[in-house]
Write a protein that binds this ligand. Structure first.
Ligand code: NAP
Length: 307
């Protein structure tokens, strides 16, 4: 049984070393040096070339090297027999909690604004920004942890998901008909949705018209959730007071993209929550063993839902 690492835009040496440390006998191949294609049964992927996975006739598992699987499902030529899994680990949720809280507190305490004043040797004390209502779009593995974290910091948290939920101290909403209610009065809106046909371009003109005037947007889901022109308009019209973006339609963000220089856009390079190689290797190997033993796979995605 052979495991293939197929991540064209990454240096995968550390991942291969971590997997070999767990099991020195593991037969690991690193794309494009795949050897006989019939050997490959388990593949770890991130941004693979479309059609590539169909070259392995005995492929059983396609394991995403991240929480999202949109990068896999966008391939129209996937092998039908293979099961798709994703990474779920506490460190991803923990990092995301700190990132979201950090962004909100930075905005609320005007820290970036004061850094600009500092550059201009300008002394101008102000009260913190008011408003402590946060709407989380997505209450999955990560969203739920973020909701609890922010509630413990005394934010009023609303959460929106696909199916109904009952969560202590969090007001929950579900489905398209309850989106407006979820957004009502939200000072901060955080997108933690998976990218699916239903959520693509969800952050568009229609959405921004439903938000409270002056709300602040944080997109840590995927670049495909955001209509970029509509965001620029919403910022220009001051419907939104600002936006923090961690994910983009094209990554790395092209040098001439207007987001780089926009005064009210704060951006980070898809680093809100970074996969920890050692932890990921353990999780991936655990599922590799499950596959070998014909046991149920962990974090299998639901193909009907697309996440
Ligand atoms: P998850 O466990 O699959 O949760 C997804 C959540 O979104 C669920 O609550 C789901 O509702 C909800 N949802 C899905 N489709 C919906 C729809 N059409 N309408 C309303 N709600 C919908 O995912 P996760 O592990 O929390 O991760 C979420 C996403 O975060 C990932 O897919 C990835 O795109 C992003 N992410 C980004 C980074 C980064 O560094 N920027 C890192 C990790 C993850 P139900 O609960 O009802 O199913």
């Amino acid at each position: 049984m052979t495991l293939l690492i197929l991540m064209p835009d990454r240096d995968v040496t550390a991942l291969a070393t971590a997997l070999n440390k767990i099991n020195p006998d593991l037969d690991i191949r690193i794309w494009p040096e795949v050897g006989p294609t019939q050997d490959i049964e388990y593949v770890i992927v991130w941004n693979h070339p479309s059609g590539e996975l169909n070259k392995f006739p005995n492929l059983k598992v396609i394991a995403s090297y991240g929480a999202g699987v949109d990068h896999i499902l966008k391939d129209p030529d996937l092998p039908e027999q293979a099961i798709i899994t994703r990474l779920v680990d506490d460190s991803l949720s923990r990092q995301m909690c700190e990132y979201i809280a950090g962004v909100i507190l930075n905005q609320r305490l005007r820290l970036t604004e004061y850094r600009e004043y500092q550059a201009a040797t300008h002394w101008s004390p102000k009260a913190p920004r008011s408003g402590n209502v946060v709407c989380l779009l997505g209450l999955g593995n990560i969203g739920l942890e973020v909701a609890r974290y922010l509630t413990n910091l005394n934010f009023t948290v609303r959460g929106w998901s696909q199916s109904p939920k009952d969560i202590d101290r969090i007001k929950t909403f579900h489905g398209p008909n309850q989106l407006d209610a979820a957004l009502t009065d939200a000072d901060y809106i955080v997108c933690l949705l998976p990218l699916t046909p239903q959520t693509t371009n969800i952050l568009d003109k229609t959405f921004f018209h439903k938000t409270k005037k002056g709300a602040y947007l944080i997109n840590v889901g995927r670049g495909g959730h955001l209509n970029e022109d509509d965001l620029m308009d919403a910022l220009y019209q001051e419907q939104l007071s600002g936006a923090c973006l961690d994910v983009f339609r094209t990554e790395p963000l092209p040098e001439d993209h207007p987001f780089w220089r926009h005064p009210r856009i704060y951006l980070t390079p898809h680093s809100a929550s970074v996969t920890n190689i050692g932890l990921a290797a353990r999780k991936l190997y655990e599922n590799y063993l499950n596959m070998q033993k014909n046991l149920p796979l962990l974090n299998r995605i639901n193909m009907t839902k697309g996440y």
